[in-house]
Structure formats: C-alpha cells, structure tokens
Design a protein around this ligand. Structure first.
Ligand SMILES: Nc1ncnc2c1ncn2[C@@H]1O[C@H](COP(=O)(O)OP(=O)(O)OP(=O)(O)O)[C@@H](O)[C@H]1O
Ligand SMILES: [Mg+2]
Length: 220
C-alpha cells in the first residue's frame, strides 16, 4: 500500500559492527499518529534520522511513499525529503537568517511564490507566538522560542510525514499541549506524525500508539 511506511528488520550502525538499532520492524499507516519512547540512548533520534533519510539502514528495508528507499540513488533522496517535516532535537536554525527566513525556507525550496510564502510565515509565527521575532535572528531567542521556530519551519509545508524529536523538550506543560494540538490538527489533514519523547506524562494524555525502544530494539 503506497500510504504506508514500512521498516523490515532494519539495523543501523554509526560505526562498523556497533548496531544502534537492531532488527526493527514496523508499519505506520498513512495519516496515523505515534509516539517513539524509550530511555536516553535507546535509539529514538537514530530511528528518526533513518526515517528522515539522513542515514541509511545497514540492514533491512525501508519503504515510504510507495518507494523502496533501500537502494534509491542519493540524488533521488531530496525529492522524498521535501515531503518530510523534521523538528530536530537541537533545532538547527540558521543563525545568519531571520526567524521569518528560517521558517520560510522549506517553502522557498519547494518553489512557492514570495507573496504566498510571507502570508503563511506570518500566520504561523502568530500561531507559535513569535510575531515580534519575525526579524530576530536565532541567537537572541530562548531555547523554547527556538524550538517553536523549528516547529513552525517543520509544519509550514504541511508535509506527508512529520518527524519531531523531543519537540516539547524546552516548553512548559501548557505550551507542550498547545503544540500537541497543532500536531493533531496537521494529522487530521493527513500528515503521518511521529513524535519522539521521554515525557511519559505527555504520552499518557493521548491515546496514540507508542513505539517503545530499549537498547535499540522495538519492544512488543
Ligand atoms: N552520530 C553518531 N555517531 C556515533 N554514535 C551515535 C551518533 N548518534 C548517536 N549515537 C549513539 O547511538 C545511541 C542511540 O542514540 P540516540 O541519539 O538515537 O538515542 P535517543 O534515544 O535519541 O536518546 P535521547 O533521549 O538522549 O535523545 C547512543 O548510544 C549514541 O551514543
Ligand atoms: Mg534523541
């Protein structure tokens, strides 16, 4: 089925012979919502980096968007990556660009016209509470503000797949919930959502599937 993301017996190693993920198999239906949980070092970020096509599996197969990515040539990857929104644990905002320019970047890459981009950026900055930081640069923002900018950047294209790595790690509980509702709203429009977190309380507030990792293995 083309809407499904499938991992079959996937392993991943950063260094030869040291498997960080081991024999991970899973299926994510199109438009589904999942948490990725597990202790620090369990492999949550590593799993997200495979799904974002930034690393390749050392074993197994990964199918997404109806394609087998396992042997896909490198130059084919950006086309698939444009369908994926990513919030990384360390935000990765570009310090020489303004917050508005950072948030606009995925739309610019997608070739959208500037007037449309600016309208969307304004709306989203309002939503995440960063309107007054439209022209600020990332270094003057607090950790939580950077996190909100990173989330705005990840959702602005309404991606087919949203991967968020500890997206609420720097937010208080009220803001965390607000952003969860943003992810749910996106999910209702068809985006498959995967959120890595070790916030068990946050997980307990929702009724979504939890993919639990321990020492690189998916618990059943
Ligand atoms: N770039 C890398 N090079 C080598 N080893 C790495 C790299 N990134 C992560 N690792 C190792 O992979 C293992 C899993 O790390 P990962 O970041 O996936 O865990 P995590 O579950 O996201 O943890 P946390 O909750 O602390 O974010 C760790 O032992 C880590 O040291
Ligand atoms: Mg991590």
């Amino acid at each position: 089925m083309t809407g499904m993301i499938t991992l079959e017996n996937v392993a991943m190693e950063y260094l030869p012979g040291q498997e960080i993920l081991k024999d991970v198999s899973l299926q994510l239906k199109r438009g589904s919502f999942h948490f990725v949980a597990g202790p620090s070092g369990a492999g949550k970020s590593t799993l997200l980096s495979l799904l974002s096509l930034h690393y390749r599996a050392s074993k197994g197969r990964i199918r997404m968007f109806g394609e087998d990515t396992t042997w896909l040539p490198r130059e084919q990857l950006p086309r698939l990556r444009r369908r994926i929104g990513i919030v990384l644990q360390d935000y990765r905002l570009l310090d020489h660009l303004t917050i508005a320019e950072n948030v606009a970047l995925p739309l610019k890459v997608a070739g959208e016209a500037p007037p449309g981009i600016e309208a969307k950026v304004k709306e989203l900055l309002g939503w995440v509470g960063l309107t007054e930081h439209h022209d600020s640069r990332p270094p003057v923002l607090s950790g939580g503000q950077k996190q909100r900018a990173a989330i705005a950047r990840a959702v602005i294209t309404k991606p087919d797949l949203l991967l968020a790595d500890e997206p609420t790690g720097n937010l208080d509980s009220e803001l965390s919930l607000r952003f969860m509702y943003l992810f749910e709203a996106l999910n209702r429009t068809g985006t498959t959502v995967l959120i890595a977190t070790h916030d068990e309380h946050l997980i307990s507030l929702f009724d979504y599937q939890v993919l639990r990792l321990k020492d690189g293995r998916l618990l059943r």
